[in-house]
Design a protein around this ligand. Structure first.
Ligand code: PLP
Length: 225
């Protein structure tokens, strides 16, 4: 775990200012963008600093890591929300539903099946995003853009999910704007309102393309080891 905390509250304030400015430029209300503070690899000390500065929504990319650090924090702060932004294995669906209020990485029928079973059993209503692999990168999770419409339809029909939106992670070495535009277009034609896109390096661009949820880690917590 990273233990060096430079100054979480000033990082958070800076990111919020940049979100507000990007919203102003795009003619959007700042309240239309939800900041998810991505705390992966950071420990309780850093997370508590963000909470003290008013942050209530956090993101993690691993079920295993979250299981170790979040139950205690959530017990102290019952009003937090936790989003799973990383890939999910179907054998972790039960644990994921117990830990997370939102899942950004729905991308295949086996995950849907496992989630549907647990959602029914636990009576939970997590916020669900379908992840789109806009760059068609072989190592990356997400449904291919040309399969997204059919997959969203399957999620709604076969599994009864109320899919809230789409998520994407543009290829590291490409301009993100076309990937954000493509994700927004797929969301629009499928009647999906939420867009989880934008990280530390590109969240202002994502906001210009309609992001409703930005996932920001290092710009708040500092670099990861
Ligand atoms: C780590 C991570 C982020 C945050 O990345 P930063 O560049 O640190 O802001 C966002 N989304 C996903 C899916 C991640 O894994």
């Amino acid at each position: 775990m990273n233990t060096v905390v430079s100054d979480v509250s000033s990082g958070l304030a800076r990111v919020k200012d940049e979100i507000a400015a990007a919203c102003r430029d795009a003619g959007r209300e700042p309240s239309s963008v939800t900041l998810i503070a991505v705390s992966k690899t950071f420990g309780e000390e850093a997370i508590e600093q963000a909470i003290a500065a008013g942050q209530k929504i956090f993101g993690e990319n691993r079920v295993q890591e979250s299981k170790g650090k979040w139950p205690a924090i959530r017990q102290r702060h019952p009003d937090l929300a936790l989003h799973l932004i990383g890939p999910l294995q179907s054998n972790k669906a039960k644990e994921a539903l117990a830990l997370f209020d939102a899942i950004h990485s729905v991308d295949r029928p086996s995950i849907c099946e496992a989630l549907a079973k647990e959602i029914q059993k636990e009576g939970k209503q997590p916020l669900l995003f379908v992840q789109v692999n806009t760059g068609a990168e072989p190592q990356k999770a997400g449904v291919l853009p040309e399969q997204a419409d059919a997959f969203v339809k399957e999620c709604r029909g076969a599994y009864g999910f109320d899919i809230a939106g789409l998520m994407c992670i543009p290829p590291f070495d490409e301009a993100p704007a076309p990937h954000f535009a493509l994700t927004a277009k797929i969301a629009e034609r499928n009647g999906l309102k939420l867009l989880s896109m934008g990280m530390s390096a590109d969240f202002t661009t994502a906001i210009a393309f309609g992001a409703t949820h930005v996932r920001v880690g290092s710009a708040i917590f500092g670099g990861r080891a």
